[in-house]
Design a protein around this ligand. Sequence first.
Ligand SMILES: [Zn+2]
Ligand SMILES: [Zn+2]
Ligand SMILES: [Zn+2]
Length: 158
Amino acid sequence: MTLEGRACNLVSESDIERFERSAVARLKELGMRITEPRRKVLRALATSRRPLGAYQIRDNVQREGGKVDVVSVYRILAALVEAGLAHHIGTVDGYLACTGHHSGAHGTEHLICQKCGCVEELPIPNPALAEIGVAASRMGFLSDLTRVEVLGVCEHCR
Ligand SMILES: [Zn+2]
Ligand SMILES: [Zn+2]
Ligand SMILES: [Zn+2]
C-alpha cells in the first residue's frame, strides 16, 4: 500500500469513539441489546475506512481479545445494516460503518477507491435518486432500495 493511500484510511480515535457512541445510542433506541460481540464488531467497523469481510472482522475481534465466530459476525452485521449503522458494499463484498447522517436502512451511495480501497459515503440529492426510481417504474419495475457504487481513484491517491 502506498503512503498517500494510508492517509484516508486512518481513522482518528475520536472518530471511532463518536461512531461507537452514536451506534450504541441507536441500538438502544431500537431496543436492541448492546452485547459484547456487537460492541466488538462495531469497533472493528469503526476503525476501518475500507469495507471488511466477516472473516476479517472476526480476526480483528479476536486480535482485540474478543470471542466471536463468523456465523455470529454475519448475524450481527445483518442487524447493523438493518439498523442503518453499516452498509454492505457489493462491489467489494465488504461491510462499512455508516458515516452518513440518516436513520434506518437506506440506499447506499458510495465512492470506492480502487487504489487504496477507501470508501466514502456520497451524499446524492434526493431528486437524482428519485429519477432512478422513475426510470425503473417506466420499465414496470418497482424499486425498493437504490444502491450506487462509484469506482475510481480517491483524492489522496490521485
Ligand atoms: Zn481515499
Ligand atoms: Zn450510510
Ligand atoms: Zn485511495
